[in-house]
Ligand binder design. Sequence first.
Ligand SMILES: Nc1ncnc2c1ncn2[C@@H]1O[C@H](COP(=O)(O)OP(=O)(O)OP(=O)(O)O)[C@@H](O)[C@H]1O
Ligand SMILES: [Mg+2]
Length: 338
Amino acid sequence: MKRFGLNNVVDLRGRSARGGAGADVSGAVPPGPGGRRARHIVAFGGGKGGIGKSLVAANVGIALARAGNTVLLVDADLGGANLHTCLGVPQPSTSLSDFILRGVPLAEVAVPTPIERLTLVSGALDSLDAANPRAKVRAKLLDEFQSQDVDYLVLDLGAGTGLHTLDFFLLADHGVLVVLPEPTSVENTYRFLKASLFRRLQQLARELGVEKLAEPALGSRDSAMRTPADVVAHVRSADAAAADALAAALQAYRVKLVVNQVRAPADESVGPAVASAWKKFFGLDMDYLGGIPYDDAAWRAVRKRRALLVETPDCEAARQLSVVASRLAALDPRPGTP
Ligand SMILES: Nc1ncnc2c1ncn2[C@@H]1O[C@H](COP(=O)(O)OP(=O)(O)OP(=O)(O)O)[C@@H](O)[C@H]1O
Ligand SMILES: [Mg+2]
């Protein structure tokens, strides 16, 4: 039997009004206290550092803004913020720390960028407290993200599987994992997927009132967990209706994938391969949004502190980033597509 070890605890505060990472469990989850105003939330993660999460988040954000959407890009990499550089703007004097430490509303923390309709909340740089927010602060952040009045809230996540990173990912309508065609990156992707699924299962079990029942099947902080089907079967032994609801909500947990730094045609196959392994072992669908070529223009743009879609909009990486943005937007009902 396939098992995986995970190490997170549940905290449901600030759950998305519409589920997360593509989940649509409308009705099962009450809206956050602030009420949801962000039309679509997209989070870019990947578990591993240095794989292009920020580059992809910044440029997909630009493509969405150019297509007519209002976009708020948030540097949610609480320990290693640098999204402003990928976006080609100087370090703003305000940052997420102002919200985390002093409660300044995000709308006041956000700064305009040279791209029309695109604003930026720069990452927290100055405090360990801000880098490791406790449950209460995480909940406040989740509520604040949801209450932004924009077409797209785009979150650039840090590396690793910290609780705030998982919660930001699960809050999103579209949780997008960036993966490199390298074994280390693929390994970290699976690790992130399992950790996020574990947390999602815990959230759903709590929402459905079967937390205690699901607990033995989910395992605890240091123990292994069975597949989602095993957890559903365990719940079914005592509560068939809850098991049906859990199974249905799980099917809505639909992660998206982007392969970055594609250098050879075979590299692209990593996307469909990860998706089919995910389906085989965990029974869940995944959407592959496409590959972005390795392109010298990409690192050159970062070195010049310029956004790729601004600096070299016609290069192949820029084109493919726009394609990814179009595919994401196509998953949503309008407001706009690149
Ligand atoms: N498609 C690409 N082609 C060439 N170089 C790339 C590409 N994507 C990313 N890079 C290079 O990789 C570097 C790291 O990218 P980025 O900062 O976006 O990664 P990250 O995953 O956000 O890292 P961190 O985990 O540190 O936040 C970029 O500065 C750029 O030099
Ligand atoms: Mg980054």
